[in-house]
Design a protein around this ligand. Structure first.
Ligand code: PGA
Length: 256
């Protein structure tokens, strides 16, 4: 996987069709050329993913989805097929975001099944892990991360041409649904090491170095982004609220 700094925008369901289209047009204009060494991925809501992918098609900005179902086709009312995501121009899929775990009881097993189908379809899963406030207070942080990540990945074969992004997103750091507390970079670096050790246990050095990237997410904005991206074991950021305003997001990309 490339050595570029990865900046992912998670628009959640904050924007309607008109606003999503406008923000995508602004990104197209404002980021005609991406700064060297930066990879930018925008994850709009399912409804506007195709529209945004079409607007950004001739730019270097890639699009991703915020989830997908673990079966490709069938009688699964209301779910979104990974085949359709691929067809709509999507290259990345966020999986196991804490808001899905919280509001939709998403489990590690579901994340596991989804990661498998995303990889089988040549897309890159962005697997979110991170402890909540109580787990952190109760010294269960490592345990929470180890469990989420190993149950999500164990048994999934990763080949050298696969790409997997692991996003460390402590729930207490997320600006809207979490506590909005910015972690010290040392704490993020510590957790990134925990993640790397789990990956090494599962896949060994070569696959981990070739296929995996660890990023950070939670209350990232243009003033703090570099505190995290300068950490040697953090390769990028997942940005929620601060990705919804064009000037701020462009600043994040420049400062990352
Ligand atoms: P935030 O969201 O940047 O608004 O904290 C991050 C996320 O939920 O992925």
């Amino acid at each position: 996987m490339s050595e570029e700094t990865i900046i992912i925008a998670n628009w959640k369901i904050a924007l309607g069709g008109k606003e999503s289209g406008e923000l995508a047009e602004q990104l197209k204009k404002g980021l005609r050329r991406l700064p060297d060494g930066k990879e930018v991925i925008v994850c709009p809501s399912f409804m506007w993913l195709q529209k945004v992918s079409e607007i950004l098609a001739k730019t270097d900005i890639k699009t991703g989805a915020q989830d997908c179902f673990w079966e490709e086709r069938g009688a699964y009312t209301g779910n979104v097929s990974p085949l359709d995501l691929k067809e709509s121009g999507c290259h990345y899929v966020i999986l196991g975001h804490s808001e899905r775990r919280k509001y939709l009881s998403e489990t590690n097993l579901m994340v596991h099944q989804k990661a498998r189908v995303v990889l089988n379809n040549g897309m890159t899963p962005i697997i979110c892990v991170g402890e909540d406030f109580d787990q952190r207070q109760g010294s269960q942080k490592d345990y929470a991360i180890i469990r989420q990540l190993s149950e999500s990945l164990e048994g999934i074969n990763v080949a050298t041409d696969n790409k997997i992004i692991v996003a460390y997103e402590p729930v207490w750091a997320i600006s809207t649904s979490g506590g909005g507390i910015k972690p010290e970079p040392e704490e993020v670096s510590y957790s990134a090491d925990v993640i790397r050790h789990i990956l090494l246990d599962l896949y060994g050095n070569e696959i981990v170095n070739t296929c995996f990237r660890i990023i950070y997410g939670g209350s990232v904005n243009s003033s703090c982004v570099a505190d995290y991206t300068k950490l040697p074991n953090i390769c990028g950021v997942l940005v929620g609220s601060a990705s919804l305003k064009i000037e701020e997001f462009v600043e994040i990309i420049n400062n990352a």
